[in-house]
Design a protein around this ligand. Structure first.
Ligand SMILES: NC(=O)c1ccc[n+]([C@@H]2O[C@H](COP(=O)([O-])OP(=O)(O)OC[C@H]3O[C@@H](n4cnc5c(N)ncnc54)[C@H](O)[C@@H]3O)[C@@H](O)[C@H]2O)c1
Length: 255
């Protein structure tokens, strides 16, 4: 299925996990794709994972979504490389865990800067391009089940993702008459760099985390491909009647 033939796409966070899975899926469906990440080695891994006959449609760029100048400079280069933009996927994100009453302000600010402000900066720079898309521009943002109350010890992360939910709804309505769609993906626990690097407080109460794993696959974490397929649908013409909404992909964790 080549739903992305001739579509120009930027994916942030494309050097690992979910973002990498999305980049590979959209490439396989024919996209012209810019994979952006703060990690150069992650981007090299994504390039290596792409089939050789698809690599000519893949450009990798180092980008810090939390830095306004980096976003401005690198996204302008990406628009030039692609000749415009049809789809923006904001998958870059970080997680920091700990007791809320002990959380340094720097940690709170860091999480909000990447997850929420970074999503805003990318959107702000991409909108003028997206509203020119002849296919109808699409923004896919990354929320989390954490925004719906299932993740203790992750207050900054949960707040950042709730902010992304609200941001998506606001822009979906603001630009609907310009043909722009915006959706939130709400993953549950997915096996990626974020989950493998998660460090909970030593005295964490695991009974509070019953809603972290899903039911599908017997409580195993999901895979990046489980999210990539849903994003591929939502940002393609198959999702054309969908905007300002959440797509929860959590193995039934929040049923
Ligand atoms: N894995 C899960 O269980 C889960 C659940 C819900 C939501 N999410 C969200 O999915 C998205 C993808 O995360 P993942 O699970 O694949 O994690 P991951 O750590 O595997 O990938 C995140 C990527 O974002 C990049 N990144 C971090 N800071 C950046 C910055 N300032 N600028 C540019 N790139 C930056 C990292 O280098 C990394 O490649 C995130 O927004 C995350 O919050 C993940």
């Amino acid at each position: 299925m080549l739903r992305y033939d001739g579509r120009r796409v930027i994916v942030t966070g494309a050097g690992s996990g979910i973002g990498q899975g999305i980049a590979l899926r959209l490439l396989a469906e024919g996209a012209q794709l810019v994979a952006a990440d703060i990690s150069e080695s992650g981007l090299a891994a994504t390039r290596a994972a792409a089939p050789a006959d698809q690599r000519d449609r893949l450009t990798t760029v180092v980008l810090n979504v939390a830095d306004r100048d980096s976003v401005r400079t690198v996204s302008a280069q990406a628009f030039e490389t692609l000749g415009g933009l049809d789809v923006l996927v904001n998958a870059a994100g970080i997680m920091r865990a700990g007791h809320t009453h002990e959380m340094p302000l720097e940690t709170w600010n860091e999480v909000l800067a990447v997850n929420l402000t970074g999503t805003f900066l990318m959107i702000q720079s991409a909108i003028p391009q997206l509203i020119e898309s002849k296919h109808g521009g699409v923004i896919v943002n990354f929320s989390s089940t954490a925004a719906f109350g299932s993740n203790p010890y992750m207050a900054a992360y949960a707040a950042s993702k709730a902010g992304v939910n609200a941001l998506t709804h606001a822009i979906a309505l603001e630009y609907v008459k310009k043909g722009l769609r915006a959706v939130n993906i709400v993953p549950g626990g997915i096996s990626t760099g974020i989950t493998s690097g998660l460090s909970l407080p030593a005295d964490a109460d695991w009974s509070l985390m019953a809603r972290l794993p899903g039911w599908i696959d017997g409580g195993q974490l999901g895979k990046p491909e489980d999210i990539a397929g849903v994003v591929a649908m939502a940002a393609s013409d198959d999702g054309r009647y969908m905007t300002g909404t959440e797509l929860r992909v959590d193995g039934g964790a929040l049923m």
